[in-house]
Each structure stands twice: as structure tokens, then as C-alpha cells.
Design a protein around this ligand. Structure first.
Ligand SMILES: CC(C)(COP(=O)(O)OP(=O)(O)OC[C@H]1O[C@@H](n2cnc3c(N)ncnc32)[C@H](O)[C@@H]1OP(=O)(O)O)[C@@H](O)C(=O)NCCC(=O)NCCS
Length: 415
């Protein structure tokens, strides 16, 4: 860091001179470890590897709840009664459809557009058709938020089917959120086992306190912009491989680079020697096992055993050939990599390592991994947008300027 030679009065930051700014303020690069507000939504215990939504352990929610119930819990702050839950589920079902104009724009995008970009653009466009678009009250924000949660799977399933030249499957009015999601993607109703596993994936991704995308969402709504803009910002932020894009990145290195169990360790050694990050490991808050990784790992193992015993229909889209002719089971390779990273580097896996293997085993196309994360996280984003606006303070940190000041301006012809 260069020495700051300015004197008081020479600072020209927008808030005017500040002694602390000139006096070498502490820089919190990446905002590591900083608390920016208080929250009643999610608690992460990074030392002991625990995660709670509204005070309930996520493991217990996975064992007993559905995604819809968890979405209700996150957004309204309490578990629903029976009648509240039924009304909530009906509302989500009623809101599953998307306007024809949005389907038209999905069809008009280049075929190789990533699905997370499709989602980001479609959510932004969807605000134009929302009857509450210019109503910024809390009840209207909740209505808009629930429409977003309800419509995301439809957008994603439609995007998948358009990109793979398949006819669209209209949302079902009978299936749960997770079963309907799968149904719209594949045209088939899932088994109970599958529905439950998929539900757990959605629950595990539903919120994670002030992660980067949620921070984006809160920053956007803190300007009193609208909730669609908040969620559009969040999707753009989630897309990066250091955040939600990690699950797709895991799948890509497993399938395109590692391929075989015996190559896992040499591959990892090379990556680490080059000081490259291995996606699916490490976390800003967890310094031990990510509890979501533990939950998804168990489920992936169960499905893997079924696949080995021939009890699982191979749902992997294979274009006429079996992927396992060229690539070993992702779940097995994941175990080897995980063991190696913990033993040699003491770097623990995060949710993305195991969601990749599980989603692959469940037959979800890799291109849909990150969008699926976004669809789950939409419940958390909505909850955070509502919480931010309840007691809003514009989120606007500062950057310490370290360049020169009062440079002599030269006209263009003199440069
Ligand atoms: C998530 C992540 C961005 C957190 O980053 P962070 O809190 O800024 O921590 P850092 O990147 O500073 O990592 C601290 C140390 O661990 C190492 N490390 C962290 N994650 C690593 C990974 N996935 N592979 C290899 N080394 C890793 C760093 O190289 C660094 O080592 P150093 O101190 O010797 O330089 C980081 O762990 C990462 O890039 N992981 C891979 C992407 C991923 O899986 N993201 C999904 C998160 S849910």
C-alpha cells in the first residue's frame, strides 16, 4: 500500500474529509469477518459446522419438511399451521405459469446461452408483467417474491427443453414444488425417493445468511429499488465459480479432466502445485465440514449404492452411450478427492462438491446445476429483501483512494 501523503482537507471523497480515512483506515478486503447488520433469518456456526434457518437445524428441516415449508419459514419467520401451509402451497401452484411473452424471449436467445444467464434475463423481464411491479409495500413485495419462487422452476425447465429442442411440459397442479420441477424438465413424474432427495437439495440451498449473492440482493433493495432487481443482481452474483457456479465447475473437472479414479490424486497434486483453487472446497465461514455437504453426501451415497445394485434407472442423458464407459462414478471420485484434500491441506468440502455428484446421479444436466441453486436460493433472497426493507439503511461502504491527486490535466492534443 502506498503511503498517503494527503493532509486533512485534501480528501475529496463524497462524504468530505474524514480523519479516519486519511489516517490509514483498516481495509476489510472482501469484507472478511465483518458484520454489516443483524438478522433473524439464518445462523451459520462455522467452527462446529452447523446451520440453522430461523433457529431450526437444517438437518431437521431436511428430515421433516418440504421445500415449500422451508420457503414459508424463511419468508414469514415461522413454521406454518396446516391451513397456512395449504394456502401457501396453493398460491405457489397458481403462480407456476409464466407469460407467453417470456416464453417467446426464452426461445429467441442464442441456443448456447448458459441457463443462469437465461434465468437472470428472464427474471428481470418478468417484473414487467407483474401486477404489483410499482407497488413497493411489504405485502406487495411478498406477493412478488412468491411469484419469483414459484416461477423459477418453470423458467428453468422451459429453458432446458427449449435448448434441447423438446416440447414444453406445462406445470402440474398436483405435484409438489420439487416433483413438478423434475416433471417439467423430463416429462416424467419422479419416484418418492427422488422427490425427497431433490427436495433436500432445494432445502440445503435455500439460504446461507449474507453470502455474496444475498449481499448483492440486499445492496440493491437497500437503494429502494424493486425486489426483481434485487434478485436479478443476486443471480448475476451467484453465477461466478467462486459462488454458485462451483457445482458446475466440479462436474466439468470430474468429467472432462479427471475421468478415472486413479487420476484423482495426480490431478489434484498438479492443481495445488500450480496454486489453483479446486472448486467444491473451502469456505469463507466454515472451517470444518459444511453441514450441507454432510447431508448431500449421505443422500448421494444411498443413490450411488442403488445405482450399483441396478436399482436406479440411469437417468443420465447419454446420447446413446453410457457415460461410465469413459468416466468413473462421480460419487467415488469425489470421495477420493475429499479424503486427499482434508488429509493433505486441511481444506474441507463445501456444499457444491457433493451437490454436483448427487445431481449428476439424479440425472440433472450439468447446465442446470447453478440455475437449480438459484431457484432454491430465491426463497432466501426474498426473505432477506423483506428483512432489509423492514429497517433499511442504504448499504454503501467506502473505498480508500490510494492514487495521486491534483494531477495536471493535459488537453488531448498535448498527450
Ligand atoms: C470459497 C472461497 C472463495 C473462500 O475464499 P476465502 O475465504 O477468500 O479464502 P481464501 O481463498 O483466502 O483461502 C484461504 C487459503 O486456503 C486455500 N484454499 C481455499 N479454498 C481452496 C480451494 N478450493 N482449493 C485450494 N486451495 C484453497 C487458499 O489458496 C488460501 O491459501 P493460502 O492462505 O496459502 O493462500 C475459496 O475457498 C474458494 O475459492 N473455493 C473454491 C470455490 C468454491 O468451491 N466455491 C463455493 C463456495 S460454497
Amino acid at each position: 500500500m502506498k503511503e498517503d501523503t494527503r493532509k486533512i482537507g485534501e480528501d475529496y471523497n463524497d462524504a468530505g474529509p474524514e480523519v479516519s480515512d486519511l489516517d490509514h483506515p483498516k481495509i476489510h478486503k472482501g469484507l472478511v469477518g465483518l458484520y454489516v447488520d443483524e438478522s433473524l433469518i439464518t445462523y451459520i456456526d462455522g467452527i462446529n459446522g452447523k446451520l440453522y434457518y430461523r433457529g431450526y437445524p437444517v438437518k431437521e428441516l431436511c428430515e421433516n419438511s418440504t421445500f415449500e415449508e422451508v420457503a414459508y419459514l424463511l419468508i414469514y419467520g415461522k413454521l406454518p399451521s396446516n391451513s397456512e401451509f395449504n394456502a401457501f402451497k396453493d398460491l405457489l401452484i397458481k403462480e407456476r405459469n409464466i407469460p407467453d411473452n417470456i416464453i417467446s424471449i426464452l426461445k429467441s436467445f442464442p441456443r448456447n446461452t448458459t441457463r443462469i444467464e437465461l434465468l437472470r434475463t428472464a427474471i428481470s423481464a418478468l417484473s414487467l408483467y407483474d401486477p404489483d411491479d410499482y407497488d413497493y409495500t411489504e405485502p406487495a413485495n411478498i406477493r412478488k417474491g412468491l411469484r419469483i419462487v414459484a416461477k423459477m422452476p418453470t423458467l428453468l425447465a422451459f429453458a432446458h427443453r427449449i435448448q434441447t429442442n423438446l416440447p414444453l411440459v406445462e406445470p402440474s397442479e398436483d405435484l409438489s414444488h420439487s416433483a413438478n420441477y423434475y416433471y417439467m424438465m423430463t416429462g416424467n413424474k419422479p419416484s418418492k425417493d427422488f422427490e425427497e432427495a431433490y427436495d433436500d437439495v432445494l432445502i440445503c440451498h435455500a439460504d446461507h445468511s449474507i453470502n455474496s449473492s444475498t449481499f448483492s440482493c440486499r445492496v440493491t433493495v437497500s437503494t429502494l429499488s424493486d425486489i426483481y432487481s434485487g434478485i436479478t443482481s443476486a443471480i448475476g452474483t451467484l453465477r461466478g465459480p467462486l459462488h454458485g457456479g462451483a457445482n458446475e465447475a466440479v462436474m466439468k473437472y470430474m468429467v472432462n479432466e479427471i475421468k478415472r479414479k486413479e487420476r484423482v490424486i495426480p490431478w489434484a497434486e498438479k492443481k495445488l502445485a500450480r496454486k489453483e483453487k479446486i472448486m467444491g472446497f473451502g469456505h469463507r465461514v466454515y472451517k470444518t465440514w459444511d453441514p450441507r455437504a454432510v447431508i448431500l453426501r449421505d443422500i448421494a451415497m444411498n443413490f450411488f449404492k442403488k445405482a450399483q445394485n441396478g436399482e436406479l434407472i440411469d437417468k443420465i442423458p447419454n446420447n446413446g452411450h453410457n457415460i461410465h464407459d469413459e468416466v468413473d462414478y462421480i460419487v467415488e471420485m469425489t470421495e477420493i478427492l475429499n479424503d486427499y484434500m482434508i488429509k493433505t491441506k486441511q481444506i474441507y468440502p463445501n456444499v457444491d462438491l457433493f451437490s454436483a455428484g448427487l445431481l449428476h446421479t439424479l440425472g440433472i444436466p450439468t447446465a442446470s446445476f447453478t440455475p437449480l441453486f438459484a431457484a432454491s436460493r430465491s426463497a432466501g433472497w426474498v426473505a432477506h429483501a423483506i428483512e432489509q426493507l423492514k429497517d433499511n439503511k442504504l448499504i454503501r461502504p467506502r473505498l480508500r483512494y490510494i492514487g495521486k491527486l491534483d494531477k495536471k490535466y493535459a488537453k488531448i492534443e498535448e498527450r
